[in-house]
Every structure is written in C-alpha cells, then in structure tokens.
Design a protein around this ligand. Sequence first.
Ligand code: M6R
Length: 612
Amino acid sequence: MCGIVAYVGSREAAPLIVKGLKRLEYRGYDSSGIAVITDQALKVFKKKGKVKDLEVVLANQNNLGNIGIGHTRWATHGEPNDVNAHPHMSNSGRLAIIHNGIIENYASLKQMLLNKGYEFKSQTDTEVLVNFIEEIQKTKNCELPDAVRLALKDVVGAYAIVVLDKENPGQLVAARKGSPLVIGVGHEEYFFASDATPIIEYTKEVVYLDDLEIAIVNQDGLTIKNLQNEEQDPEIQTVELELEAIEKGGFDHFMLKEIFEQPKSIADCLRGRVNPDEAIIQLGGLRSHIGKLAKAKRIVFVACGTSWHAGLVGEYLFEELARINVEVEYASEFRYRNPIIKEGDFVIAISQSGETADTLAALEMAKSKGAVILGVCNVVGSSISRITEAGVYTHAGPEIGVASTKAFTAQVTVLTMMAIATAHAKGTLSDETYRQLLIEMAAIPEKVEKILEKSEEIKDISKLFTFASNFIFLGRGLNFPVALEGALKLKEISYIHAEGYPAAEMKHGPIALIDEDMPVVFIAIKDSSYEKVVSNIQEVKARKGRVIAIVSEGDRDVKSMVDFAIEVPKTHEVLQPLLTVIPLQLLSYYIAVLRGRNVDQPRNLAKSVTVE
Ligand code: M6R
C-alpha cells in the first residue's frame, strides 16, 4: 500500500521519479506527489488522482534538479485529496517526507507537537512524523540521520520513509520497519523504491533494507545503520528482472497479459523441479524440509485473499495425497487469536507480494511459539521470504494487475509439488500415481493454453451477463476454493456482488436467491463429485437460475442442461483447479471491461496490503 520512489544523482530527478511512480501505481492510486530541491528551494507538487494527473501539474516545470522523492498513495489517515497527498513538509519548510505504512501512536505525538505550537495542514499520520523529526532536529541540534533515528525509536507502527532536507541538497535519509524498501546502487547515483521495478532500468544492483535500519545517501555514498547507530554492511544483490516483464506488451491491461502468461508462468514454476521422465520432483528451497514435512502432525497455511484460496487448495492436496492434518487460516484472524501451536507444527505463509502485513505478523507470531515457518512467495527478496526458515518461490514473474491471476496458479502449482513431494517421501502415494501426477503436471501449461484459445467464446458469454447485479459461484472439493476465487475476481474488478459456496451448501440458504435473474457459475467437471454437482445444477435450473458451467471436454450431459458450458481439458482430479480457474478469470475480466471498470486498478484496492 502506497508506493515510494526517491533519487539522487546526476539525472533529472522529477521525470525519473514520476516514471517510477507509474510502475508502483498498483500499490495505491488515489493521489500522488513529488518533492524536489531546486535552486536551493524545496518544492512540493501533489495532486489527487492518478500519477497522470500529477504529470499535468508538472507539465510546465523545467528541470527541477537532481534530487527528489515521490509517492503514490492508498489512503489510510485522511481522505484522498491534494492536501493529504504525500510528500508532507515540516512546519519550517525545511524537511519533506514520503511514507508507506501507519504510525500507530501518531495521535499522542501530534498532541505533544500541538502543545509546542506546531500546526498541521493534513489529516495524515505522516505529517506528524515529519514534524516530530523536525522537533528532534531542533531540540537536539543534530543532523537529519540522527533526528530520524531518534524519532523512530519513539514511533510505534509500520513505515518505509525517505526524508529530504533543504539544507542538505545532496542527501536522502530512508528507514523501514514492516514496509518494503529497496535501494538501487548505480554509478554515483542512488534510488529508493518500494520494489525494484522503478530501479531496474538504471541498475540491477540493489540492497534490501532490513527492518529498523536507516540508510543515508550523500557525497560519501551509502551508509546503513541500525537504530542503535551501529553501522551495518550493505549486502548488494543483483535483481534478475527484465524491463519487458513489467510492461503491458501489447495487451490492453496487465491483468489480461497476466492471464495469458499462465502457460509460461506455470512452466517456469515447474522448470527444474518436475521431471516426469526420471520420475523426480525436487524443490531446492525445501530440500532439507520435505522429510520433516512428511513427519509433520499438522500444517497451518496462513494467507489473505487469493493466496488464502490457494491455501484451501493446498489443504485438500496435503490431506488427500500426504494424509497430513491441515488448517487454513486467514492471517488477520490467526495472528490475534492466541492459536495453539505445538513444537514441530509447520506454519506456511502463502503470499504473492511477500509483504502482506497480516501474513507477515502471523508468521512472526507462529515463529515465536515454536513453529517451523516456511514461505510460498512470488517476490524474490520480500519480507516473508527473508524471515522464513525455508520456502519455495513461485517464479510467476511480476504481477502488476491488482487482481491476482498468474500468482494464484503458480501458488497452486507450488503447493501441488510440495504435496506430491511430501506424499512421496511419506509413502502415501503409489509409484504409479506419483509418476502419473508428474506426467500430468508437466502437461498443464499446454492445457491452459487450450483454455485460453476459448477467450472469444468466453467474451461472448460475458456480454450476456455484463449488467447482472449478483453472481453465485459453486464447486465441490478442490473446486470449492476455485468457486471462491471466481467470486473474488468478479467482485474486485467488476464491483458485481458475488458469492462463492460449496455447491452442496446452496440448499442451506443461498438457494433462496435463485431466480431467472441470478447467474450461477458451476464448476462441474468429471471428478468424484460430478453426479452430486449435476444434481445441484438441476436444483438451480428448476428454479430458473441461469447457469454457466465449467465442464470437462466432451461432456454433453451437463451441456444439455445449462445455458452456457465452457469446456476444459481433462487432467488428474487433484490438478483440476489449475485449469478450472482460467475461464473464471477471463469471465471476470471481460465483464469488468464491458462495464467500463479500471481492471488493473480497481477502486479502493491496492496490490500489496502492507497495513493491517
Ligand atoms: O501479496 P499477497 O498474496 O499476500 O496478497 C494477498 C491479498 O491481498 C491478495 O491476494 C488480494 O486478495 C488480491 N487482490 C486478490 O486478487
């Protein structure tokens, strides 16, 4: 939530920062702004709306100097407007700050500053922080890095900040706790950003700042200190991210590009891990953990949103294949519930961003109670991937559309590999089933490709449901989480109210909603619950509901009883979610586009939820 970018070097800062903000707009997009130092003056430009609205404000500005900070906001304190937009300036006009996170004790700090005569223009916690830093700088008569460090000792909450000081026009001071911050190290130039995407065009050398560290960049280069003022050795890493991976590449939206990337992203996820010819499955990141997982009494998946749905698929997989007791928890509930965790329990976080605040906190809590903590993350170097004992990267590539698509299928692919490897180690899978599963897994990318070829057909179906007010998604077994995911996709990008249910639960309430205006999407593939789902379809049709069914290739029976059927290729039952979710992603996408929604940046949402 919120994207931050900063630059100091010999390039013109403002255009570089604005370009970076566009790359981070997925993190928040209700207002944006920049602060620069030019002609010894600290200037702030900010605007409610998207970064393109800020560009209009900047259109007539000439070179604004070689140092600056920028922010794209997802509002927490104070409504989205020009005043609450970042950067925020201190009362004297000397300092400007950008901030991603929440200062939880801002109210008491604000009262203390009000008592001392400070005035506030915005409703934000961030304006309190910059004035608190200024107050320390004045009263202790210290340099900015010390003032930031001392201020942060008294701050409760989460932050990634960068501060600019008019009196030091070659210096940037940054710090983080709980919110991500990457430093790009170029030739006599430095970049700060919430992720590496604004940086990779200029340098691939980065340092991931750790929690409770402060980074100072000035004529002496980069210095990193902890809050105790002890210098830390920066670990420079090389990011393997290419520019084309973060561009739309001819697609209308990132979401569509990401849906169509799934044959490749699933193949990338399987590459070097699944080898059906030699009947090998290996997960490098878990090499020394698979044997322990096989002996686990309990696995707890913690996640939010789409990643939680992937966790539900993981529950079915581990129970079915490896016969291990699994629980799937919303991270936000788990972390505050004082759950019972026994020594040796595995708590596995699933997160695309690796930065979701609740998931991170749930993991930290589980660790403190003695659990072995593992991660399934997409973003390399993310906070979750760094605090976990071991884990598996999903290798889906950057996911920029706010609605998660390729990250979900990559998460399910990883969880499937983990479950198969664990089951094989445990001996709960016959050799034949094991081999069969590996062969079927390797064939998934091609089968996804076949479903994507039906996109025009799905678009035509979408046209007939564009103005529906409600939708129900139903599935059983492994396809129940897919029903939940279908409903989430539709509501988040089209703003149509949608519910996902286990198909059999329909009789216990939702059936009252069925009439001729209610579209019901069934996942009705030929698996062990096929007959039961068919009965549920009959129940809906008897009440005049309009049914769209996801069916197995060649299934004429269901086709004859529903309004629309979308065929998916056959595969092993436990791999079906990787196929059945694809038509649901496309259905949501086309409906949202037809309704004129901003599918990549739906209202009120942000890609990376770094506040609880
Ligand atoms: O980065 P994470 O996977 O931890 O994010 C979790 C959720 O915020 C995320 O899946 C969200 O629900 C998506 N917008 C769903 O499309």
